[in-house]
Design a protein around this ligand. Structure first.
Ligand code: NI
Ligand code: MN
Length: 229
């Protein structure tokens, strides 16, 4: 029991929450850093932050194979159901849903969203996950820095997953401010080094996190796992 997570490359994570397998933004096919096969990953719940292809990824195939419940916004939910994904829970910014073993809240994210076929994708989101034992995880999705991250920080965040790759999301410098607002115990970088446009020096980033914030940076290799102490 407890919380552990595996980075699958880009913004894709496999989480184990008290024995329940969760996937977030499972973009594996076509992901140069993709560290798992979509044919084998277990999933009870899939969280989708927004409609872009590098986040929706292999959701349809995994949801159909596993029967996992997909938590996403209203527009993505309609699109998934039209493609035969039946177990969908649609939410929207500020709302939350209790999966039994965890509660998931949709947060704001400053970004854009269109589905892979060009359909309207609704608003992008992040998520705050609260486990039954009170552990709290913030997955920011794709976003720029925003000051309301302070409100998320007021919820006492154990782990923050933040994009750091710049260009499409905040970059390393703004992520340091985000860490100051969110105040997590542990911070995990994502959405970097997948493509040349979002390449960063992550060792330098981790050194900066250590010197200017109170958070512990956890930099995983693709496929690497971390267990919360
Ligand atoms: Ni995006
Ligand atoms: Mn993205």
């Amino acid at each position: 029991m407890g919380v552990s997570f595996t980075w699958l490359g880009h913004s894709a994570f496999a989480l184990d929450i008290d024995g329940h397998p969760i996937l977030i933004d499972p973009f594996l096919t076509g992901n140069p850093l993709g560290a798992a096969s979509p044919d084998q990953l277990p999933a009870e719940v899939i969280l989708l932050s927004h409609a872009h292809g590098d986040h929706v990824g292999d959701t349809i195939a995994i949801a159909k194979r596993t029967g996992a419940q997909v938590l996403c916004n209203f527009e993505m939910g309609n699109w998934l159901m039209a493609q035969g994904v039946n177990n969908v829970m649609q939410g929207n910014t500020g709302g939350s849903y209790d999966c039994g073993f965890m509660r998931v809240k949709w947060t704001i994210a400053h970004h854009s969203a269109a589905l892979p076929d060009g359909s309207y994708g609704g608003n992008p989101n992040g998520f705050v996950i609260t486990t039954q034992s009170g552990k709290r995880l913030y997955f920011a999705g794709d976003t720029g820095l925003f000051m309301d991250m302070q409100l998320i920080g007021d919820e006492r965040i154990d782990v923050a997953f933040l994009p750091v790759g710049d260009l499409f999301t905040m970059g390393p410098e703004d992520s340091l401010k985000a860490i100051g607002y969110v105040r997590p115990r542990v911070v995990v970088p994502m959405h970097y080094n997948t493509f040349p446009g979002i390449a960063i020096n992550v060792v330098e980033w981790a050194n900066r996190v250590n010197s200017v914030t109170n958070a512990v940076p956890v930099v995983l290799d693709p496929g690497g796992t971390y267990t919360l102490p």
